[in-house]
Design a protein around this ligand. Structure first.
Ligand SMILES: N[C@@H](CCC(=O)N[C@@H](CS)C(=O)NCC(=O)O)C(=O)O
Length: 327
């Protein structure tokens, strides 16, 4: 092993050869830097003093990504008859809200009736003027609450975690009442909000969407993704649900990301991540998946997959009934 004080004479001929090559390539700016491990090369990119936007460098999402916020075009949003108007897409963040609304309806909270309108993020609908008024961050899901005297001035809610919390407080449901268990549910809810970007924007992006496979980011985010799967697996070894014995918004937040991942519904990464080894997490993922409200919620605003899984818009329970009957 080399130490910081090693002299060149202690280095192998191979190492000296690599150093000479590095110098040669750097000197002639040939764009290849080699380390002692010849698997490690990069494209010689050196960040400029000030970053400038290069449209087209965003992989699969290149056409919609820009470094600025705000509305890009005028776009009216449709409005249905129900108290809640949801503007979304069935990504994991979108599924959290439709599963929650379906759970509330299953519990008999008729005031949770909703219209689910489709926001096509690949087409840039999230940058339309009406949508940006509901979510200045231009991301689905976003919801308007027109119920209980809010008809004139609906309450906007954005950020999926905030929407779950708003709905559970409004209907006094799916958040444990006992203080310590409730606190546990909140800890896991916020854990999910902070952790999932490493799965979606990190692991998922570099494993599935980046223009070509890159070892460094895939290694970095796979390490983190597996660490998070292990966090959940260890917790679920001793807990039926995330907050203990009670199903809650913590499960509803976590399942669409981590349940879908280990069940093979996201990023096609079951083998790569050795998902079968997270036995407690898989047990929980299947248990949540078998809930009727989860099966109903996951198809809403979905525009990909099998036909029987795709319900682009939802305006009544019958829309979902019909879709699931098609299966
Ligand atoms: N922290 C937000 C994240 C929402 C989010 O990232 N939404 C994605 C789809 S899963 C989106 O709308 N992306 C469109 C874009 O980035 O332009 C939440 O949980 O609501």
């Amino acid at each position: 092993m080399q130490t910081a004080h090693s002299s060149y004479s202690h280095r192998s001929i191979d190492t000296l050869g690599v150093l000479a090559l590095q110098w040669f390539y750097q000197f002639f700016n040939l764009g290849i830097i080699m380390s002692n491990d010849s698997n490690h090369t990069d494209n010689g990119y050196t960040p400029p003093k000030v970053w400038t936007w290069n449209p087209g460098n965003g992989g699969e999402w290149a056409s919609i990504n820009r470094p600025t916020a705000g509305a890009r075009h005028e776009q009216k949003l449709p409005k249905g008859e129900h108290p809640f108007q949801l503007y979304s897409l069935a990504t994991p963040n979108g599924q959290k809200v439709t599963i929650m609304l379906e759970e509330l309806l299953a519990l008999g909270h008729n005031q949770a009736e909703y219209d689910a309108h489709l926001i096509k993020i690949g087409d840039g609908d999230q940058f339309g003027s009406d949508f940006v008024d509901i979510n200045p961050n231009s991301k689905i899901p976003a919801i308007l609450d027109y119920s209980d005297g809010l008809a004139e001035k609906p309450q906007r809610i954005f950020e999926s975690g905030a929407i779950l919390l708003y709905l559970s407080e409004k209907f006094d449901a799916l958040l444990p009442k006992e203080h310590s268990t409730r606190t546990e549910a909140m800890s896991w809810l916020f854990w999910q909000m902070g952790s999932a970007p490493y799965i979606g924007g990190g692991f998922g992006h570099f494993y599935s969407y980046a223009p070509y496979p890159m070892e460094y980011p895939i290694d970095r985010f796979t390490m983190e993704a597996k660490r998070q799967l292990d966090v959940l697996d260890k917790h679920l070894a001793n807990n039926e649900y995330m907050a203990g014995k009670e199903y809650s918004i913590a499960d509803i937040a976590i399942w669409p990301w981590y349940g879908n991942l280990v069940l093979g519904n996201a990023y096609d990464a079951v083998e790569f991540l050795e998902a079968a080894s997270y036995k407690n997490l898989l047990r929980w993922a299947k248990q949540i998946e078998s809930r009727e409200a989860v099966q109903r919620g996951r198809v809403v605003n979905r525009t990909w997959g099998e036909d029987h899984e795709q319900l682009h818009e939802r305006h009544s329970a019958a829309d979902i009934d019909q879709k699931l009957k098609d299966n």
